[in-house]
Design a protein around this ligand. Structure first.
Ligand code: PLP
Length: 424
């Protein structure tokens, strides 16, 4: 099936007991055992089934199957937020003394996680000078356990050359982790270019309505853990925390995502609620339609801004003079995301006046909502960074980030127009 169909039907068949067509919300903590023997078999992973909702839940399970199918992976783990997904995805590969190599263009809180929190656990994150695969390769050493990038950087809008990055990662025997939040599997499926693990904040375009937090980790099932067992013994040697289970033996291709669940979700418990999973599933049903409209509105808004003398610059990969235009052609099929940045002529003060004058477009820190949203990264999402870190992340003081929604495009440009007048 194609992604438009998977988004609506993936992971669920009409419930055989109740005949419910909509995915039921299984608002339960526990699941009854038929007997002590049945309970033991569940705990031994000898039979499939649910035990406790910190580990699995049937509503979350539908979400996991659906997103795994959209990305073309073998399995997924849903968690409470995109940040939890990023955290678990990295923890599952690293231990004290190891490192990962990341592009510098990151969502602000991911940067904080990597630069300040992971080092507290003894895991260092090396930031490459740029998103060029050669710049990443320079930083790899024998303690490196993964390469990391955002397929489309937030807010920099850069597009990573996933195929080249995956080649570099695999040459050094490590997986490529990709945050695919901004692109969504509707525009880009990173596994098709060699990525090994995909992470999403479902809070954004996937859920799409600004109502529900959620995150997910998807496993391609392609990374050869056994071949690189010296670097990744956690998948190939008996796990003392789970009665000597060997993940690659028991779960085969799904070893990575199974360990994410049995080790990190089970012990750290960043659980997605079944109600949230249900709401995210409602959003995902229309993701393909919404992305079509986001893309089209984004193009029209970018063209409006580019023609306007009150705007100094527009960073939008749909323009053929954008440095990432060619990569957008390859990875997004030429369909640029509706996330863009621009500078209001007149610097920080003019940008602030513009921001304050917006009426329809909401002032906030979020993206990927049906509503048009504007953010001033330097004062909010990227505020905790040093000036140099902000520059490396592609954030400048006068920059406005726009997540163009699916309203009528003329209403969006009319609001931008009146706000630009106020900024003059
Ligand atoms: C690219 C990207 N990744 C991850 C996150 C974190 O997601 P969440 O807010 O669901 O924790 C965000 C949030 O804006 C993001 O933009």
């Amino acid at each position: 099936m194609r992604n438009e169909t998977i988004a609506i039907h993936g992971g669920y068949e009409v419930d055989p007991t109740t005949k419910s067509v909509a995915v039921p919300i299984y608002q339960t903590v526990s699941y009854a055992f038929d007997s002590a023997e049945h309970g033991a078999a569940l705990f031994n992973l000898e039979v499939e089934g649910n035990r406790y909702s910190r580990i699995s839940n049937p509503t979350c399970d539908v979400l996991e199957r659906r997103v795994a199918a959209l990305e073309g992976g073998v399995g997924a783990l849903s968690v409470a937020s995109g940040q939890a997904a990023l955290h678990f995805a990295v923890l599952n590969l690293t231990s004290g003394g190891t490192n990962i190599v990341s592009v510098p263009q990151l969502y602000g809180t991911t940067h904080t996680l990597f630069a300040h929190v992971m080092p507290q656990l003894g895991v260092s994150v090396r930031f490459a000078e740029s998103d060029h695969p050669a710049a990443m390769e320079k930083l790899i050493d024998r303690d490196t356990r993964a390469l990391f990038c955002e397929s489309v950087g937030n807010p920099a809008g850069n597009i990573c050359d996933l195929e080249a990055m995956a080649t570099v990662a695999h040459k050094h025997g490590v997986p490529l982790l990709v945050d695919n939040t901004v692109a969504t599997p509707i525009l880009l499926r990173p596994f098709e270019y060699g990525a090994d693990i995909v992470i999403h904040s479902l809070t954004k375009f996937m859920g799409g309505h600004g109502t529900t937090m959620g995150g997910i980790i998807v496993d391609s099932g392609n990374f050869p853990w056994r071949k690189h067992a010296a670097r990744f013994p956690m998948f190939t040697v008996p796990d003392a925390s789970y009665h000597e289970l060997v993940y690659t033996d028991h779960f085969g291709q799904s070893a990575y995502i199974a360990r994410c669940r049995t080790t990190f979700q089970r012990t750290m418990g960043s659980v997605l609620s079944p109600l949230s999973a249900f709401l995210l599933l409602q959003g995902i049903e229309t993701v393909a339609l919404r992305i079509d409209r986001h893309v089209e509105n984004g193009r029209r808004v970018a063209e409006f801004l580019r023609k306007d003398k009150r705007v100094e610059w527009v960073n939008y990969v749909g323009f053929d003079d954008n440095p990432y235009h060619e990569l957008a052609g390859k990875y997004l099929g030429g369909r640029a995301c509706s996330l863009m940045t621009f500078g209001v002529r007149g610097g920080y003060r003019a940008a602030a006046k513009f921001y304050d004058a917006l009426r329809l477009v909401k002032r906030l820190v979020n993206l990927g909502d049906a509503k048009s949203l504007a953010c001033h990264p330097a004062s909010t999402t990227h505020r905790q960074m040093s000036a140099e870190e902000r520059r490396n992340a592609g954030v400048t003081p006068e920059m406005i980030r726009l997540s163009v929604g699916i309203e009528h495009v003329d209403d969006i440009t009319a609001d931008l127009d009146q706000a630009l007048n106020s900024a003059k």
